[in-house]
Structures are given as structure tokens and as C-alpha cells.
Unconditional design. Structure first.
Length: 285
């Protein structure tokens, strides 16, 4: 039986006009989704022209509590637990092969959620809010633990999904094609999405600390659940919090400013947990 593919997103008033631009790139995909779902807050007002677009394309709209970024695809996963749900952002355009790439990777590694971003945090491939493929089974019933207290304490939903999947022994892996820093373009000229600088702030650290305190430490032998060939890729993958990616490729910050930034310092610290992977590969040779 072929798995249902659902593209899920959310938006709000300042970005509502982006819907046709974003979704036109989904309708141009080489592999088409079976359904597109937009989750909106109860009090959101949809402009007439956007409503016409939604109706003409038979897009499913669900009005849900305003859980902000959490309503992007969590309500969709809960409603369609057997589907492959691809979350997308409301301010990005997507290359026509994105869904196809995700599905190829999913068929190869069905037990893992797939991120469209190559950022690694706390030794884990991180969920990508711009585009990722997930299924309910990757998280299990832990999704039902995402309550008001968690959302208030975890401002980074990406860390929440990353942690919960890993806790369920289904850590994220990265798509062979990434759609964050190479292809995707943000509509806002000065948006950080257009840079290869990932600003890791205290919110991410506090979110991770909250999750560990509430749900416990992650499995020590987590790498046993990751395919060997993918582990090698993960270890050698360039993390985007580096001096080279900022200075040589983007040239948006001076070397002195980068070295003094919290993102750079924390990035060097977060590389350390990957040492176990290198040692593992050496032992298996």
C-alpha cells in the first residue's frame, strides 16, 4: 500500500499573501503530494483572494489553537498518523525535486525522520523547520506530551522534534539534497535564512535542558540506530556554524566578530559529541 504524502504548513496575517507563491512551488514538484494542509489559528482571518486560491486548489484548512510554530505540522501528524508529513515554511520557495528526494530517502531509511537541513546540534541531526519529512511512528505517543508547559519552556520546536525522535530511537537523518542554505530563498531580504549563520542562543540550550529534565537523557548507544554509511556522512558533514562558511562563502561578518560570537563558540563546543562517531568507525575498520 502506497503511503499518503501530505504537505503541511501554517502562516499568519503578515505572511498570508505568501501562500500562492509558496504552494505554486509545491504544485510544480516532480512528485505530487496527496494533500496540502494549512493549519491556522482560530482567530486568523483569511483574505478573499487567498480564500479563492485555497478553494480552487482544494486545500484543507484546519483552524486550531494558536500554538504558533507548533501548529505547522503537529496537528497534521496527529490527524494523519499513517501519512508521510512534509512540513514547509511559509516564506520559502522549494526546488521541484524536493518531495521526490525526500521520498527516495524515506524508502531507503523508513525508520528515520528526514531533515532538509544539515545542521547538527547536541550531536544530533536537527529537524529542519523549513522542510522535513516525518511520520507519527518516528515520535510515538511522545507527541501527545507536547503540552502548554512544554511549548512555553521550549521556544525552539526544532529541538523538541529532534529530541523526541531521538528519544524514541528514531533520530533524524539529513536528505541527500538539502534545501536550507543552497536552494531555498527567503522572501525577506535581510532574513537570517539567507545566510549560513545559525544563531544558537540560550533558548535552544534551555529547551534541550527542559526536555532532558522532563523526559530523561537520550539513549547512550543512539548511534546503533543510524545506518553505518549515514553515520560516516554525518561525521564528515560540515556544520554550518564555522568560520569558513561565514567568512569565505558569505563574507557577512568579520573574522574577529565571528570568533567572538556565541554561535561560533557554541558551534565548536557542539562538535565534540561527534567524537564517539569517529571512534566507532575506527573500531569497525
Amino acid at each position: 500500500m502506497q503511503e499518503e504524502i501530505i504537505v503541511s504548513m501554517t502562516t499568519w496575517k503578515p505572511r498570508m499573501h505568501n501562500i500562492p507563491i509558496v504552494l505554486d512551488t509545491i504544485y510544480a514538484q516532480t512528485v505530487q503530494p496527496d494533500k496540502i494542509v494549512i493549519n491556522l489559528a482560530y482567530d486568523e482571518i483569511v483574505p478573499e483572494n487567498i480564500q479563492e486560491y485555497i478553494e480552487s486548489h482544494q486545500i484543507e484548512v484546519n483552524f486550531v489553537p494558536n500554538t504558533k510554530v507548533y501548529k505547522k505540522f503537529l496537528p497534521t501528524l496527529l490527524k494523519y498518523p499513517d501519512a508521510c508529513v512534509i512540513n514547509i515554511d511559509d516564506d520559502c520557495i522549494f526546488p521541484p525535486n524536493m518531495i521526490e528526494d525526500f521520498m527516495v530517502m524515506h524508502k531507503k531509511y523508513p525508520q528515520f525522520p528526514i531533515s532538509g537541513n544539515k545542521v547538527v546540534l547536541f550531536g544530533l541531526q536537527c529537524h529542519c523547520g523549513n522542510a522535513s519529512l516525518t511520520k507519527y511512528e518516528h515520535f510515538g505517543d511522545s507527541l501527545k506530551a507536547i503540552d502548554e508547559d512544554l511549548m512555553q519552556n521550549c521556544t525552539s520546536s526544532d529541538i523538541v522534534y529532534t529530541y523526541l525522535a531521538a528519544k524514541n530511537n528514531h533520530p533524524y537523518i539529513c536528505s541527500e539534497g538539502t534545501y536550507f542554505d543552497n536552494v531555498m530563498q527567503d522572501f525577506l531580504e535581510h532574513s537570517p535564512y539567507t545566510r549560513q549563520v545559525i544563531e544558537v542562543d540560550n533558548g535552544i540550550i534551555k529547551s534541550f535542558q527542559y526536555l532532558v529534565k522532563r523526559f530523561g537523557e537520550l539513549p547512550i548507544q543512539l548511534h546503533n540506530y543510524v545506518p553505518d554509511e549515514y553515520l560516516a556522512t554525518l561525521i564528515t558533514r560540515q556544520i554550518e556554524i564555522t568560520l569558513q562558511s561565514v567568512v569565505e562563502e558569505q563574507r557577512v561578518l568579520s573574522e574577529e566578530k565571528v570568533r567572538s560570537s556565541s554561535a561560533y563558540r557554541l558551534g565548536k563546543f557542539l562538535l565534540k559529541p561527534l567524537s564517539w562517531g569517529r571512534n566507532l568507525l575506527k573500531r569497525n575498520k
